[in-house]
Design a protein around this ligand. Structure first.
Ligand SMILES: *Cc1c(COP(=O)(O)O)cnc(C)c1O
Length: 432
């Protein structure tokens, strides 16, 4: 294995230009690599299957896969063909198309609790709109969310826990009105007591959860926890909203709601549902969704919603996700996780490799991580050094402890072997 640090001269030059015209040099914060102690991120020229290539000509096994959308890997020929063909017919019309109907029918077939949906251009928009709908139908304003969960950069959801167990949210960013954050109650994930304490003290419009949280790293629900969310929502007639932007079409065709058999009232979808183009959606029962304009009076709109290119990419992607695809994704995930575990054990590095179909997080923690506090207590400096060492060895991990790796159907045995070798080497390097 080559451990020669790759040349990143051109990435560094581009970064110097980028920081003058883009805040932090990027269009979304997580792309920057300062949190792993690296100055410039890698500037990508292209991707093919499980690989990305940077402007300096280096190849990386890509475990970011655009943070989730690319379940088929980069530049999948079927997706490229569908998008190209759609583009030749026109990129946007602002009028309905057949593809949108076919996609909505397919999603309704796959997602157990979705009969009707509305498309948006981003997960943030879908989540913002689902909350508006929940507030409209319940006539209530307060929301319950879990600490460490991410639902897009919606004002009221950029709330963090204050001190105490179930706390009225305080703004997690300047610019978020105190009132917006205060309408959100933040509860630790997997904490049944804190949840029931919050539901007995408030009347919520919605209980909002990533059913398989992956934005604090992958922290699956403990047995019974999703069922408890359902029961608490029912008890106080709040809507249960599952944010399946990551878990949807990934941990099972019908997302976490299929895998765990717990049905939410509303589902937020994104990432895979756009097939690598900007598309997302929210959906639920026909009765609930018919409150949305123009069927109902809850307003929500979008110039590029249901965009023909995105719909073509989505259909080309979702139609490929058959039983065999999930079996393969599951095997890939398990083989990768087992390899990383073994590499860590051999290096004597205490880590928790937490995994579920299509998702893996290597927590630098001696104990299993069950909530955000556990994730935050990880050895972040060692994790950062390990990520830098992986990049030096041609492997591109998400540059943050609080994210998941995204195995795709394009990753095969060779990429896993290369990654596990690099990981073993990287564990040794950070101890040296
Ligand atoms: C990525 C993400 C979002 C936001 O989606 P965008 O398309 O980035 O706005 C919302 N919820 C979850 C769980 C996500 O992972």
């Amino acid at each position: 294995m080559s451990t020669r640090t790759p040349d990143t001269t051109r990435s560094a030059e581009l970064y110097d230009r980028a920081v003058r015209v883009l805040p932090g040099g990027v269009n979304s914060p997580v792309r920057a690599m300062r949190s792993i102690g690296r100055d410039a991120p890698i500037f990508v020229v292209g991707g093919q299957g499980p690989f990305v290539y940077d402007v300096d000509g280096n190849e990386y096994v890509d475990w970011v896969c655009s943070w989730g959308p690319l379940i088929l890997g980069h530049a999948d020929p079927g997706v490229v063909e569908a998008v190209t063909e759609a583009a030749q017919r026109g990129t946007t019309f602002g009028a309905p198309t057949e593809g949108e109907v076919a996609l909505a029918e397919l999603v309704a077939e796959l997602m157990p609790s979705v009969q009707m949906l509305r498309m948006t251009s981003s997960g943030t928009e879908a989540s913002m709109s689902a909350i508006r709908l929940a507030r409209a139908v319940t006539g209530r304003e307060e929301l319950l969310k879990f600490s460490g969960a991410y639902h897009g950069h919606v004002d009221g959801l950029l709330a963090q826990a204050g001190s105490g167990l179930a706390t009225q949210g305080i703004p997690a960013s300047p610019g978020v009105p105190e009132g917006a954050a205060a309408a959100t109650v933040v509860v630790p994930w997997n904490d049944a007591q804190a949840l029931t304490r919050a539901t007995s003290g408030h009347r919520f419009a919605a209980i909002l959860a990533e059913p398989v949280p992956a934005n604090m790293g992958l922290v699956p629900p403990q047995p019974g926890f999703l069922e408890l969310l359902r029961a608490e929502a029912d008890r106080q007639e709040a809507l249960l909203v599952f944010d399946e932007v990551i878990s949807g079409f990934r941990v099972a065709p019908g997302g976490a709601q299929e895998r765990f058999g717990v049905r939410p009232d509303l589902t937020i979808m994104g990432k895979v549902v756009g097939g690598g183009l900007p598309a997302a959606a929210y959906g639920g029962s026909r009765e609930l969704m018919e409150h949305v304009a123009p069927a109902g009076d809850t307003y929500q709109a979008g110039t590029l919603s249901g965009n023909p290119l995105a719909v073509a990419a989505a259909l080309a992607t979702l139609r490929r996700l058959d039983v065999a695809a999930y079996e393969r994704l599951d095997r890939t995930t398990e083989t990768l996780a087992a390899g990383l575990r073994e590499a860590a054990t051999r290096a004597g590095r205490p880590v928790q490799v937490q995994a579920m179909t299509g998702l893996v997080t290597v927590f630098f923690s001696a104990r299993p991580v069950t909530d955000y506090a556990g994730a935050a207590a990880c050895d972040l400096a060692a994790h950062a050094a390990w990520c830098r060492a992986l990049l030096d060895r041609g492997v591109y991990p998400p540059p943050s402890q609080f994210e998941a790796w995204f195995p795709s159907l394009a990753h095969g045995g060779d990429e896993i072997r290369r990654t596990v070798e690099a990981a073993a080497d990287a564990f040794a390097a950070i101890d040296a």
